[in-house]
Design a protein around this ligand. Structure first.
Ligand code: ATR
Length: 296
């Protein structure tokens, strides 16, 4: 996007923020404030707490107050999509949005989570420069919730030919099958008890469950079946090095933490509101790491 496409309202500082409940621990303000400063843009990005019941009212209030838009996090991603007048292909497919852009009275919805995930694999801020074996071998995914949905959509787009998905509640995997329809991707539903055996021959393992997050039980899985060339991704970023990533690193496997996805999904949002495509720099990553170390 060029600055000519920016929804900037004349010389008025552009306002945006993150809608969630709770939203206290969101790192998104740190990310966007860093870019605003870096690009010398007069604007703001704030935490916008909104309860489930109050969500629509808060969003309409932001439109009336001249906000350029907002990011959307748990538990509002589906409600944000439902509220929008227009939606991009990805949000429409997932029926969930993490980005709202207000154009006049119209609400546009987009979903940039899958983009953020793929960008984080490609290297980005903590470029580990690993090869692309992950896309030419089966990919294993743990979890079948909202985060998994966005990631599977992205992996299907990336041309993965076989997705092995394991979830505690096996039936939930069937709700993801539509993502593969009309594509060459074959999806296998794997019982939770078989999650270790499914790693055989996989080029990539992605944890999309909340297991391993601070305050949650660890993810109980042995990585013995993963080939040497595999990479392991954990979308959890608090802590940054989850027990899963530590185990993968000890085995000499390439690891990608969840911070890359968080940083990269923010790029299209900033571009849409502020008219500049920002960069995910090592300095930005360091800033968020320091904050996570201080508070998580
Ligand atoms: P998100 O939007 O972050 O993906 P979610 O939709 O609540 O959150 O999904 C959480 C995922 O973590 C699910 O796959 C869930 O498994 P179930 O579908 O069986 O609930 C998984 N998960 C959470 N706690 C778990 C646990 N103790 N053991 C195994 N899986 C767990």
């Amino acid at each position: 996007m060029t600055s000519g496409d920016s929804p900037n309202r004349g010389n008025t500082p552009v306002k945006a923020g993150i809608l969630g409940w709770p939203v206290t621990h969101s790192r998104s303000p740190l990310i966007h404030e860093y870019w605003l400063k870096m690009h010398g843009i007069e604007g703001s990005y704030e935490k916008l707490p909104a309860s489930v019941e109050g969500f629509e009212k808060v969003v309409r209030g932001l439109v009336d107050a001249g906000y350029a838009g907002a990011n959307v996090t748990v538990p509002h991603k589906e409600a944000a999509f439902a509220l929008a007048d227009f939606a991009d292909a990805r949000a429409t497919q997932l029926r969930a949005a993490n980005l709202l852009v207000f154009k006049g009275d119209a609400i546009h919805a987009a979903n940039t989570d899958g983009y953020g995930f793929l960008q984080s694999l490609g290297g980005g801020s903590d470029d580990r420069g690993y090869d692309k074996n992950w896309s030419t071998n089966p990919v294993a995914v743990l979890g079948a919730g909202g985060a998994s949905r966005a990631i599977i959509g992205a992996l299907v787009d990336a041309g993965v030919f076989e997705l092995r998905i394991s979830n505690r509640t096996l039936e939930k995997i069937d709700t993801l099958r539509f993502l593969c329809e009309g594509t060459p991707t074959n999806m296998l539903a794997v019982p939770w008890d078989d999650r270790e055996a499914m790693l055989e021959g996989c080029g990539l393992l992605v944890n999309t469950t909340s297991l391993g997050m601070s305050g949650q039980p660890p993810l109980d899985i042995s990585l013995d079946h993963l080939p040497d060339f595999a990479a392991v991704v954990d979308i959890v970023y608090a802590p940054l090095e989850t027990p899963l990533l530590r185990a993968a690193a000890l085995k000499g496997l390439r690891t990608v933490d969840g911070l890359g996805m968080l940083l990269h999904q923010a790029v299209p949002s900033f571009a849409a509101w502020f008219g500049v495509k920002p960069e995910v720099t090592l300095e930005l990553r360091g800033l968020i790491v320091t904050d996570l170390e201080g508070k998580s």
